[in-house]
Design a protein around this ligand. Structure first.
Ligand code: SF4
Length: 399
């Protein structure tokens, strides 16, 4: 079955980060269509290519070069195809190859495996049992690896305790425990477009404990019970995010709460507001998007209306227009600007490896603009304060 035709269970592994935390969200979401997006369709296409590359690598007999080339050429006809997909899927293939080849003995490679999750997740009557599809599973030497290819670049995904991958690992363990010895679980996220290669591991006991936690939460979620728990990460991809009252109430409370407090806020309060209010801005923009849709559909949103935005001008026939401009005495060279591709675009064009090998020496990395992030971010904290070590270094250099 192709990636696009796959059915997602109501309590799907990809939505687990949401329904495990905000248990009533799964049923609430069912009232809203799953509209998908161009980015999601692009991701599906890249996944098809990643799967083919892996199959070609692992199984050159059944899926050899001719079959592979024919299948890739078919993918290239898709309007969403971009050549850069070839490089990013190569990174995924390299990652899996490295994992497999660095094991004491070659593990079994299982590609695009649909795993049964019904032991942990109930389903509604007349619906398919809960399941999920793992991009790649490696089993051998007592180790179970679950590798997930992420083509998105908007949100960096961490493998640490990742519920989606942990569910795939539970399903894979249940399927293969009679055939293989499994002691340790490794979760991997390969998100090549933002250079994010994240991995995390835990014991089998910890994974099975997680399974028990899932069972409890899923029992609530399938009945739409439990507490709504709005939050920036939880609500981001929820289909109910524009209409959800719990999210609206929380953000209004955060944005407009006033009280008898000192006129200036402290740094501690600043940190607290930034943490608690992270979703306010996003919520307002989701609300605007929804209100615009309602107005355009002719529905009444008191106090608001849809109008035509500022339009842009464009040529109906640029070639003919430029001919007229040239006839009027403007030199052709004045009409075009020759500008270089950005470094990132050249890298996309050549692929990471070829880029590093050929022009890597000409690349220098200057520090980025200071950015505020949460303390959980892995990057080292910076300040403008000059340290004694730096002063000493400067003085020594000036001597
Ligand atoms: S929008 Fe947020 S709070 Fe509301 S149901 Fe969805 S995840 Fe829960």
């Amino acid at each position: 079955m192709g990636h696009a035709e796959r059915k997602h269970s109501i309590l799907s592994p990809s939505g687990a980060h949401r329904w495990l935390y905000c248990t009533p969200s799964a049923l609430l979401e069912q009232q809203f269509p799953d509209t998908g997006s161009e980015a999601a369709m692009e991701g599906t296409l890249a996944h098809e290519l990643a799967e083919m590359k892996l199959r070609n690598y692992v199984n050159t007999v059944d899926f050899g070069k001719t079959k592979f080339t024919r299948a890739v050429n078919k993918l290239k006809k898709d309007p969403l195809w971009k050549d850069e997909m070839l490089g990013h899927t190569e990174d995924y293939l390299d990652y899996v190859k490295n994992l497999a080849l660095s094991a004491p003995s070659l593990p079994t490679v299982i590609i695009e495996k649909r795993v049964d999750l019904s032991a942990w997740i109930p389903s509604l009557p007349d619906t398919d049992p809960a399941s999920g599809t793992a991009d790649c599973i490696l089993i051998g030497n007592g180790q179970l690896h679950v590798i997930d290819f992420k083509y998105g670049k908007g949100v960096e995904v961490s493998a640490e305790g990742n519920p989606q991958l942990s569910l795939y690992a539970l399903g894979a363990y249940e399927t293969y425990k009679f055939l293989y010895r499994i002691e340790r679980i490794h979760l991997h996220i390969v998100q090549p477009r933002i250079n994010n290669f994240s991995s995390w591991d835990c014991s089998l006991e910890e994974l099975l404990e997680f399974g028990k936690y899932v069972q409890k939460k899923a029992e609530l979620a399938i009945k739409g019970e439990g507490d709504f728990r709005p939050g920036e990460n939880t609500c981001r991809f929820c289909r109910a995010k524009g209409r959800c009252r719990a999210r609206a109430d929380r953000n209004v409370e955060l944005a407009f709460a006033v009280g008898k407090k000192p006129p200036l806020i402290t740094n501690a309060e600043m940190g607290e507001y930034l943490e608690k209010g992270a979703d306010v801005e996003k919520w307002l923009s989701d609300l605007k998007e929804l209100a615009l849709k309602e107005c355009l559909a002719g529905k009444d949103v008191p106090g608001w209306k849809a109008v035509e935005g500022r339009g842009t001008r464009s040529w109906t026939d640029q070639d003919k227009a430029f001919e007229v401009v040239k006839d009027a005495g403007i030199d052709e060279t004045m009409l075009y600007v020759k500008s270089p591709l950005s470094l990132a675009k050249v890298e996309e064009l050549m692929g990471k490896k070829a880029f590093a090998a050929s022009v890597g020496d000409y690349v220098i990395k200057s520090p980025g603009k200071p950015t505020l992030v949460k303390t959980s971010d892995k990057r080292e904290a910076i300040t403008n304060k000059v340290t004694a070590k730096e002063v000493f270094k400067e003085e020594t250099n000036n001597e």
